[in-house]
Design a binder for this molecule. Structure first.
Ligand code: AMP
Ligand code: GLY
Length: 414
């Protein structure tokens, strides 16, 4: 089997690392870490013609599209139109991630449990609705409807914070067009988990549950980021909870999409929060999570590549072996992230403990040296017999990633 992975981040490195155990992997454009496990071809994720030509020339069995932007822009439609089996929804299915307003409306239509919300273009009405939630003693979450790289969500408890967040999006347009429409939502209090489900249009199968850490700083303080670490399994989420979420959140949205003529073949990422024992869907993404995937793939045995192929081909999805191991992933980021940060800092990787893989996210090579090229630089991922062991090794590994300004959270999986 020959697989083309589109993308260049830590998620794509983790997928390439896992799939290289079962298939030949080509990645476009890839990164210096991916080059260690597969062939990288310098075609950008935005170059849909180039990617289609590459997939045809190399006669790949499957294209796996990593990030959401190419999906939103119709890459999967283009590839399937050229007869190439593709994992990732078309532009229609990708709206589930591209627009939170659309996604929340579809959740309501499908009866998916989700926090109470309304959508707004106008700051005054947004503030009035937020005010009514605050009066009821609820916290308020202000969300840019469009894609703001995981940073367009502000969790607020004071009226001043709410007004500031609304003005930042609707008046100052800090997130550009992504914040031209906003969702105001009731804040839930509880724990979160991510459920990644492989979908073939006719069948679905969930992968092991993971938990992500969205805030930049220890103790869930600081701004939201793309994700600062992850672990799997998640002790609080048992098989019964997964089955309930599949019934309440996965199947109904897939059915709603099918009834709209959307043939959803790809990964459905359900971002869940559990409040008083009830699991609510906060959002869907239309791709593998980053850095959830870095932990999830560490727990997969045989059958992943074949299952992805079945999804892309609209078939029944065979089971994938799941290992008993625990996995913990710590993201090492550039100082200043998720705000502004320096690039081009030289990276030294010291010796890693056993069971550790370093997945590259924002790295590149300059003058023959590995340097930083993004906010999230790499994800140090450890697998071990217990969560404690994996955690200890992931942190020992993170200490070995050295560059000026490097930082990571100290409380992943603690
Ligand atoms: P989202 O992109 O919608 O998943 O939001 C990003 C993060 O913001 C989530 O992972 C939560 O940590 C937080 N968040 C979003 N919506 C809510 C909510 N209704 N209540 C509490 N926290 C939320
Ligand atoms: N880690 C959250 C995401 O991939 O969106």
């Amino acid at each position: 089997m020959r697989i083309l992975i589109v993308g260049s981040g830590g998620r794509e490195h983790a997928l390439a690392w896992k799939l290289a155990q079962e298939a030949e992997v080509i990645c476009a454009p890839g990164n210096p870490g991916i080059a260690l496990v597969g062939e990288c071809v310098p075609v950008a994720a935005t170059d849909h013609n180039g990617l289609t030509a590459l997939a045809l020339a190399r006669e790949v069995d499957l294209v796996l599209v990593g990030p959401e932007n190419p999906l939103v822009a119709g890459l999967a439609d283009k590839l399937r139109g050229a007869g190439i089996a593709t994992l990732g929804p078309g532009a229609d299915g990708a709206q589930l991630e591209a627009s939170k307003a659309y996604s929340k409306a579809l959740m309501v239509e499908a009866g998916v449990p989700t926090p109470r919300f309304e959508t707004f273009f106008d700051p005054l009405s947004a503030k009035a609705f937020a005010g009514s939630l605050l009066m009821q003693g609820k916290g308020v979450v202000v969300k840019a409807s469009g894609n703001a790289l995981g940073k367009g969500v502000m969790v607020c408890s004071e009226p001043e914070e709410v007004a500031e967040a609304i003005d930042a999006m609707l008046v100052d347009r800090e997130f550009g067009d992504a914040g031209a429409e906003i969702v105001i939502e009731e804040r839930l209090i509880g724990y979160e988990f991510s459920l990644l489900t492989l979908c073939s249009g006719t069948d679905f199968r969930s992968l092991p549950v993971a938990q992500d850490y969205k805030r930049a700083l220890d103790g869930d303080r600081g701004p939201n980021t793309g994700g600062m670490g992850s672990y799997s399994p998640v002790g609080t989420v048992d098989a019964g909870m997964v089955a309930r979420v599949e019934a309440s959140t996965v199947k109904p949205i897939l059915d709603a999409m099918r009834s709209r003529g959307i043939d959803y073949r790809g990964v459905l990422f359900s971002g869940m929060m559990v409040e008083e024992g009830v699991a609510y869907c906060l959002e869907y993404n239309v791709r593998f999570g980053d850095p959830e995937t870095q932990s999830v793939v560490r727990r997969l045995g045989n059958g992943f590549a074949v299952a992805l192929g079945a999804c892309a081909n609209g078939a029944e999805i065979p089971s994938i072996e799941v290992l008993d191991d625990a996995a913990v992933t710590v993201v090492v980021a550039s100082g200043g992230y998720p705000g502004t940060y320096a690039k081009g800092k030289q990276i030294e990787l010291g010796p890693m403990p056993g069971g550790v893989e370093v997945f590259h996210s924002g790295t590149s090579v300059a003058d023959g040296k590995l340097v930083t090229a993004g906010g999230r630089v790499c994800a140090v991922s450890a697998a071990g017999a217990t969560q404690d062991e994996a955690r200890k090794n992931a942190y020992q590994g993170a200490e070995q990633v050295k560059f000026e300004g490097a930082f990571f959270r100290r409380d992943i999986a603690s």
